[in-house]
Design a protein around this ligand. Structure first.
Ligand SMILES: CC(C)(COP(=O)(O)OP(=O)(O)OC[C@H]1O[C@@H](n2cnc3c(N)ncnc32)[C@H](O)[C@@H]1OP(=O)(O)O)[C@@H](O)C(=O)NCCC(=O)NCCS
Length: 122
């Protein structure tokens, strides 16, 4: 199950683990938590300033490879309105970007460890 969460309520172990894998957190983001048996095993964020950006996805290592990231991507996209929140941008490391490309995101910028991607249409 995925639910909104205040940044301050994200368990510190999750934040620390995510930071170790170079995930950064921003105060102006809206966060979502993925629950498995009432425990948070993944988090992700949407930032809405002038642009809408999907960011900061993290899944605990022992819960990876079972589609949690994909569910969190779909969930966030479903929170957005078309055309108001479009284009959607996403900053993603290569592994995660592969999935975003599959669902219609285009690479618009290359970084050392990943891409900035954009999705124009619903
Ligand atoms: C990247 C990350 C969020 C993926 O989470 P996940 O829940 O394991 O991902 P999913 O199971 O939804 O799978 C997403 C895609 O990655 C692939 N994948 C998942 N685990 C994988 C693994 N161990 N090795 C290679 N590919 C893997 C899946 O096959 C899937 O691709 P597909 O569309 O070809 O099937 C997770 O590995 C993570 O938290 N990594 C560290 C932080 C990070 O890199 N965050 C991403 C920031 S953009």
């Amino acid at each position: 199950m995925i639910k909104d969460i205040e940044f301050n309520n994200i368990p510190i172990e999750i934040i620390n683990n995510a930071k170790k894998e170079n995930i950064s957190f921003m105060l102006n983001a809206k966060y979502y938590a993925y629950y498995f048996n009432n425990a948070i095993v993944g988090i992700c964020a949407i930032i809405k300033n002038r642009k809408t950006i999907l960011k900061s996805a993290f899944v605990l290592p022992e819960f990876r490879g079972r589609g949690i990231y994909k569910e969190m991507v779909d969930y966030r996209i479903n929170q957005l309105e078309y055309p108001k929140d479009y284009p959607i941008l996403a900053s993603a490391y290569f592994k995660a970007a592969k999935h975003l490309i599959k669902i219609g995101f285009k690479v618009i910028k290359n970084y050392k460890k990943g891409y900035l991607l954009r999705k124009d249409k619903l």
